[in-house]
Design a protein around this ligand. Structure first.
Ligand SMILES: [Zn+2]
Ligand SMILES: [Zn+2]
Length: 731
């Protein structure tokens, strides 16, 4: 019997054998999609390995219902990358493949050009093969000879040379033909040369250009405004001039349209973007065009790391420190890490850029694994801003704002500058309190307080989304006069509007920016000087250029200083540095003010006085001392259940299974199980078990042996569980 192993999108870490007898006349190559019966439904799966003959299969196999592709949808390179990801993240291959491809293709849609099919051309190998073809290969010879005259769309080739589709397919599989770049995309580098480079940019570019062919990785650590993007554009132009394609990853294209725009300005319609703001169909079309080699540059978010490329030549990861590269559900992958693995496997360079590189990347650079390039001068030569601290212990705060901060706002506005106030908390206030009896509005599903949203007249839980009307009287004692305690962006907005009614103020957070295009419209108004005051969250710390900004205030830096997570300080340093990087106009140094209760916190002082690189060196020492990444490797097993105790019971059983696994004695520590920092969320009781090892390979060996034991645990059916390899946080 002819059996074939299929990866089906299901939460089981194994492949499923199917009988290929019924579709024996069709070739079944790894990376092709098939439709198969699966349980009581039908599923679209991927051929994971070439078919094999087995005289007596161990168990009955169902037949494959249909073969959906004439050639592998996934190029071998991408299939292998997905296999690597499945192993590394201990995730079912079928689900990894489903993550890697756009929705319509996942559901079985054809991957074909809408109107005119891809244009084909003869490769060097094809030209060489032509002279040695046996005389009977008439169809193949006719195809190669015709395409050698001129590349031609597949459809018109099929009309000119009927009955040659099998020969075309064979030639594609052997690499004798390849899709030519779309006719409208002119060959060569950039359409315009771009501005002159600074000496620093020039030196960095020359060092990268001097690297040998093949894989290498560079970390471009460039302060905001130092022109990292111009380096990306030059490297991309080099890659295009050599006939290659470039993959550019960016954290959130919806929030930072500028990167995609600059590539489009330089390279025109050879650029396509790939992100969640596009329709599924549009994404599938970009995926197809990238695979066919019709687009030269793909600028995309996290999942674009899996976009297939016909002629990959370079991968760029912008803002490589950004937390949104880590997917927090399903396949919990880190797109930067996969980008590096992919570049290595393809034998092409990977260039990471950031003003505030992640500790992992700095560690890699320090260890000599990355070329470390620093850009310290701003292109428009505004000096770095002065950073000052407001000790709020000695201040009376009004709506969270101290007099020195409000005075500074007034001064900068008076001088014609723009000001930005940063607070990483949406809503009006994080707590609603009864001053009579001490009652606090809590979420009934989570161990969390309800956040006051005054604009919407609601209390909203930021963890599960539960909402309730904004009440006027206490739920406990019934008295009125409830207090909104603490600040969110809405409250800062209200306070500043009252104080500066003549100025235009805009708030930037996810509550405000719900409509598509809203952010771009507001940013345009900021750039043209129509907006004087910006109040916002993270949204404002992400790569925007504000030429007129002269003051940034960080309303509550303590929020990050005492974050419970081991990455909280690193993120604080990144936010302060990123926000400070936006300040300074027309050659004038700007001003940054941090409000804190801890003006003498040693890490805060280090960041302010010595800057981000020194701050990171100290953080790395701390991580080394505590055995935390990048000096140790972590995996977090999370479990949650509606019933109290079920998650802990599962994790205790999981820990016991770990201890009994054969490969004992290797240095993997088990920490926990313990209830999660927020024990109850969305009505679920949550707990976790942390694994830690100084050796990545040992950790992975133990995980691989442990997963099947977990899948066999009796208690597993009472919980939802997931494994997070290299967790971004420990919640
Ligand atoms: Zn909740
Ligand atoms: Zn009360």
């Amino acid at each position: 019997m002819k059996l074939v192993a299929i990866a089906v999108p299901a939460p089981l870490r194994r492949l499923f054998d199917y009988d290929a007898g019924a579709v024996a006349e069709r070739p079944l190559l790894p990376g092709m999609r098939v439709r198969v019966p699966f349980g009581r439904r039908e599923a679209v799966g991927f051929v994971a390995a070439p078919p094999r003959e087995e005289a007596q299969p161990a168990h009955a196999c169902k037949p494959i219902a249909a073969v959906l592709d004439a050639e592998p949808l996934l190029p071998a390179e991408l299939l292998e990358l997905c296999r690597w990801s499945a192993d590394y993240y201990q995730h079912p291959l079928g689900e990894v493949l489903a993550t890697a491809i756009p929705g319509p293709l996942r559901r079985g849609a054809a991957c074909a050009a809408p109107a005119d099919a891809a244009t084909l051309r003869v490769t060097g190998a094809g030209a060489a093969a032509l002279s040695g073809l046996p005389p009977r290969a008439t169809a193949l010879r006719a195809v190669l000879e015709r395409l050698q005259q001129a590349p031609e769309p597949r459809a018109s080739l099929a009309r000119a040379l009927p009955r040659t589709s099998a020969a075309v397919r064979a030639a594609l599989e052997r690499g004798w033909l390849e899709p030519a770049p779309a006719a409208q995309a002119p060959a060569g580098g950039a359409q315009e040369p771009g501005p002159a480079l600074t000496p620093e940019q020039q030196a960095a570019l020359e060092r990268m250009r001097a690297m040998p062919a093949g894989f290498w990785a560079a970390l471009v650590e460039g302060v905001t405004g130092s022109g990292k993007t111009e380096l990306y554009l030059r490297l991309a132009a080099d890659a295009l001039a050599q006939g290659g394609q470039v993959l550019v990853l960016a954290p959130e294209i919806g929030l930072t349209p500028q990167l995609a725009q600059r590539f489009a300005q330089r390279f025109g319609d050879r650029v396509a973007s790939y992100h969640s703001g596009l329709s599924e169909l549009a994404r599938a079309e970009v995926w197809r065009r990238a695979r066919a080699g019709e687009v030269a540059i793909v600028v995309g978010t996290r999942s674009a790391v899996f976009v297939p490329l016909a002629r990959p030549r370079l991968i760029i990861v912008d803002e490589e420190h950004d937390a949104s590269y880590k997917q927090q559900e399903g396949l919990r992958y880190h797109a930067r890490d996969i980008a590096l693995v992919r570049a290595q496997r393809l034998g092409i360079p990977a260039v990471l850029g950031s003003a505030t590189p992640a500790l992992e990347s700095q560690h890699n650079a320090a260890a000599g694994r990355f070329l470390h390039l620093r850009l310290q001068a701003r292109v428009h030569s505004a000096a770095a801003p002065r950073i000052g601290v407001v000790d709020v212990r000695t201040q009376r705060l009004e709506h969270g704002l101290s007099a020195p901060l409000v005075d500074a706002v007034q001064r900068h506005l008076g001088d014609g500058g723009q000001v930005l106030l940063f607070l990483n908390r949406r809503g009006f206030a994080p707590t609603l309190l009864c001053p009579e009896c001490g009652w606090v509005a809590r979420c009934t599903h989570c161990d969390a307080r309800m956040v006051v949203h005054r604009g919407r007249h609601r209390l909203i839980c930021h963890h599960c989304g539960a909402a309730a009307p904004l009440r006027q009287d206490c739920a406990d004692c019934g008295k009125g006069g409830l207090l909104a305690v603490g600040q969110g962006t809405e409250r800062i907005e209200d306070a500043l509007r009252l104080r500066f009614p003549q100025q235009r103020l805009e708030r930037f957070d996810s509550d405000r920016l719900l409509r598509a295009g809203e952010l771009e419209r507001l940013l345009a108004d900021v750039r043209s000087g129509q907006v004087q005051i910006l109040v916002g969250t993270q949204v404002l710390a992400k790569g925007h250029d504000f030429a007129g900004l002269s003051l940034a205030g960080i309303v509550d830096v303590d929020q990050a200083l005492f974050g419970a997570d081991f990455r909280a300080l690193e993120r604080m340093g990144q936010v302060v540095t990123q926000v400070a990087g936006r300040v300074g106009r027309a050659g004038q140094p700007g001003e940054v003010l941090l409000q804190t209760h801890q003006p003498d916190h040693p890490m805060l002082r280090l960041l302010i006085e010595r800057g981000y690189p020194e701050f990171c060196r100290a953080l790395l020492e701390e991580r080394r001392a505590f055995g935390l990444p990048p000096f140790a490797h972590l995996a977090l097993l999370r479990a949650e259940a509606p019933r109290e105790g079920a998650a802990m019971a599962f994790l205790h059983a999981a820990a016991a299974a770990f201890a009994t696994a054969a490969d004992t004695g290797t240095a993997v520590d088990l920490l926990g199980p313990a209830p999660a920092a927020m024990e109850r969320r969305g009505g679920m009781h949550r707990a976790q078990l942390l694994l830690r090892s100084a050796s990545r390979s040992r950790l992975h060996r133990r995980l691989a042996g442990w997963m099947p034991l977990l899948e066999a645990l009796r208690t597993r059916s009472r919980v939802r569980w997931s494994l997070d390899v290299d967790p971004a946080d420990l919640f």
